[in-house]
Design a protein around this ligand. Structure first.
Ligand SMILES: *Cc1c(COP(=O)(O)O)cnc(C)c1O
Length: 470
């Protein structure tokens, strides 16, 4: 960010205005050719200069005020706070040679959310195009384009767009013939939609523990839970981490089980170089507002099996015959996505590599700044390419997660607790036959930190977390 605030003493006022316009902070720090700080210009300063009748082509160096506030690297938070005023909300930080290295910004009421979508690419263009075409319902070219591009991104032949991630899971299970009398194995650490989708089908969920290191469903626990009634497994790639798909698909083929991957938090993650969603029978994704890419609400099933694809399409569209309009051979659903959502999704997908890169970079900065404290960041596991969804940490046992979370939220940084163990909730507890030690160790000590593409204020976020840690 500091680069975006910088301009040179020889720049014209017009160039400075352009810098201010780009950084959207209303301010620029002026440096000489050695990178040393010479002054500060705000958009208000430029407005006053124009009103004085001066030209925008004059050099900024000729209009700099003599005195301005700045901090020196190492200054305490209190000392920097002391330089803030009604008018000054942001100051540069220099090193011992007065070279500009950073800035400090005070937010009176700023509140950093855990997540916020970034729609700065072709999102509006495509959405507007879909709108103008009047194909605003669930037919239109963006649906096909989004389905084709997203399934290709997942190394799958087919994609079936749905209303949301939960309907994607339900649709996949129904298309695979899961129903009453069947058992479906799910992890204890997941969002409730995973188990709810199983319950919708009439099948019985069987909750098992996770691996201590990856936080994903444990293959050993799956193996122990298999009975003659077991029909499917739902591995959940939790917090961007891929499950041990090798072991899971081995168990599945041994016992002839279906595998429905819940990829709602892991778009683009890989197991042994293979994209999640393409390892099992069907991969289910969510495009909710806080997911890696979003369509507002939305989801998708991806598969390499033509028959499953046909079945999912049929069930998604009311189970209506493809050849005979208003003729129904099965009870279907309306689980479709609209063309408007798909237009946004397509634009998001165009930028997914950039989005991943940004999220990774923020995770790196969190790790670097907060290491050695009470936070244990998510593990990297051999042969699994994790993505960063929401930066996930487990706090040391002697720290109260809820207290810690309360404090950072009070300090303006939002956070989320990890999912509670499903087995601790009254409505699900009977589906779990064993105590899930790993889930309990992780769930009650874990939290997610703000992570989103346009998190320019990461330095302030880290500073606020550090204040609580101190
Ligand atoms: C978000 C999420 C879902 C559900 O997706 P929706 O689009 O909100 O219905 C399912 N499973 C997991 C693990 C999720 O995080």
């Amino acid at each position: 960010m500091i680069e975006k605030l910088k301009c040179n003493i020889d720049d014209s006022l017009l160039q400075v205005m352009s810098v201010i316009n780009m950084n959207a902070k209303g301010i620029a720090f002026v440096t000489d050719n050695d990178g040393k700080l010479c002054g500060i210009v705000t958009d208000g300063d430029i407005r006053r200069i124009i009103l004085q009748g001066k030209s925008l082509s004059i050099k900024v160096g000729t209009v700099l005020a003599k005195d301005y506030s700045y901090a020196v690297d190492g200054d305490s938070y209190e000392s920097m706070l002391g330089k803030m005023s009604e008018r000054v909300k942001m100051i540069p930080i220099v090193d011992q040679d007065k070279k500009l290295i950073n800035y400090f910004e005070y937010h009176t009421s700023a509140y950093f959310p855990v997540s916020t979508p970034n729609l700065s690419g072709n999102e509006f263009k495509y959405l507007f195009d879909a709108f103008m075409s009047t194909w605003i319902s669930s037919r239109g070219e963006y649906i096909t384009r989004f389905e084709n591009s997203f399934s290709a991104y997942c190394d799958c032949k087919f994609g079936v767009a749905t209303a949301n991630g939960t309907t994607a899971l339900h649709l996949a299970l129904m298309a695979l013939g899961i129903g009453t009398g069947d058992e479906v194995i799910v992890p204890d650490l997941t969002f409730a939609a995973t188990i709810n989708a199983v319950i919708y089908t009439g099948a019985t969920p069987v909750i098992v523990d996770i691996e201590a290191d990856s936080w994903c469903i444990s293959p050993e626990a799956i193996e122990q839970a298999v009975t003659p009634k077991t029909k499917a497994i739902i591995p959940v790639h939790i917090y961007g981490q891929a499950c041990n798909m090798g072991a899971i698909t081995d168990i599945a083929s041994k016992h002839r089980l279906k595998v429905v991957e819940d990829c709602a938090e892991a778009h683009g993650a890989k197991y042994r170089g293979q994209k999640v969603g393409s390892c099992g029978d069907v991969g289910c994704f969510s495009f909710f507002g806080n997911k890696v890419i979003t369509t507002g609400e939305g989801g998708m099933c991806v598969t390499n099996d033509a028959e499953t694809n046909d079945r999912m399409r049929l069930l998604r569209d009311h189970g209506m015959s493809r050849t005979k309009k208003y003729w129904h051979d099965v009870v279907g659903y309306n689980y479709r996505m609209t063309n408007l959502q798909a237009a946004i999704g397509l634009a998001q997908l165009e930028r997914i590599d950039h989005i991943h890169q940004k999220r990774k970079e923020y995770e790196r900065q969190y790790r670097e700044a907060l290491k050695g404290g009470v936070m244990n960041f998510q593990n990297d596991i051999e042969n699994r390419d994790r993505i960063t969804w929401l930066v996930s940490v487990v706090l040391d046992k002697n720290v109260s997660r809820d207290d810690f979370m309360d404090k950072i939220i009070k300090n303006g940084v939002d956070a989320r607790p990890f999912f509670y163990p499903l087995s601790d909730m009254d409505i699900y507890k009977d589906y779990c036959k064993t105590f899930t030690e790993n889930t309990h160790n992780v769930s009650y000590h874990g939290l997610n930190l703000p992570t989103y593409e346009s998190m320019l204020d990461i330095d302030s976020i880290i500073m606020r977390i550090k204040e609580v840690m101190a």
